[in-house]
Design a protein around this ligand. Structure first.
Ligand SMILES: Cc1cc2nc3c(=O)[nH]c(=O)nc-3n(C[C@H](O)[C@H](O)[C@H](O)COP(=O)(O)O)c2cc1C
Length: 218
């Protein structure tokens, strides 16, 4: 399987990127192909008014690496979004990346049908780091990603949060987010995502009697 991490911190030696790399290391340990992209190197401008910005042939006229990265996203089976908490939300660079998907899913774009088909039904994971530790501070990120996952028919398989501020400090978080991120990478394609409704058929147990190998045994 192909796993692509989109790292949105401008700090390439920062905490959230380290968590993303740990997820990828976990995925590699299961034989998956992994890549990481730094959005700061790719996304140079925010969404504009498509009516004035779109070329006559329907393509986007913002000349940066977006379309190439989008091709990588479409080819991936799982996406890892890595973000620092900025003002209780995702980093602007990631928001811009998401916003600009609009240009490629609108009917004016000549390959929009392909983009819509291939952007859907992926596994989606989030790693984020923040200076503050209280749960409420990251709820905005969770709510946004959850709704995005629903809209895109993605399986939102997990979140790892590290509490850290200065570069690399995430390795000192006693909750061991680096280890959690590695395990998330190990389980990326095995994790069972359930969302029951009153009439859902269910067994009554979550885990079978003989559980699969845990991440630590893998
Ligand atoms: C512009 C900016 C806004 C931030 N906003 C918050 C915030 O709202 N809450 C918080 O806990 N930390 C906030 N932080 C701290 C970062 O989330 C924290 O340092 C994080 O670990 C940085 O991740 P990085 O090392 O991957 O860049 C902010 C930092 C910056 C630069």
């Amino acid at each position: 399987m192909k796993v692509l991490a989109l790292s949105s911190s401008p700090r390439k030696d920062g905490n959230s990127r380290m968590l993303a790399q740990a997820v990828l290391d976990g995925a590699v340990s299961r034989g998956h192909d992994v890549e990481i992209a730094d959005l700061v190197d790719v996304v140079s401008a925010p969404l504009r008014d498509c009516r004035t910005c779109r070329r006559a042939d329907g393509t986007c006229s913002i000349e940066d690496g977006y379309e190439t990265l989008l091709r990588q996203v479409l080819a991936a089976d799982a996406i890892v979004l890595a973000t620092p908490l900025y003002w209780y939300g995702i980093a602007g660079q990631l928001k811009i990346f998401i916003d600009r998907l609009f240009c490629y899913t609108k009917a004016d774009y000549p390959h929009s049908a392909e983009v819509k088909r291939r952007i859907a039904r992926k596994r989606l994971a989030v790693v984020l780091t923040s200076e503050e530790s209280y749960l409420g501070s990251a709820l905005g990120v969770m709510a946004q990603v959850q709704e995005m996952a629903r809209y895109l028919h993605h399986e939102f398989v997990g979140v790892v949060r590290g509490v850290a501020n200065s570069r690399g400090e995430v390795t000192r978080d006693p909750a061991n987010p680096m280890g959690q991120a590695f395990n998330l990478g190990v389980r990326l394609f095995d994790e069972v995502v359930t969302d029951y409704q009153l009439d859902s058929e269910r067994d009554g147990v979550v885990w079978p009697e003989f559980p699969r190998a845990t991440a630590n045994q893998a």
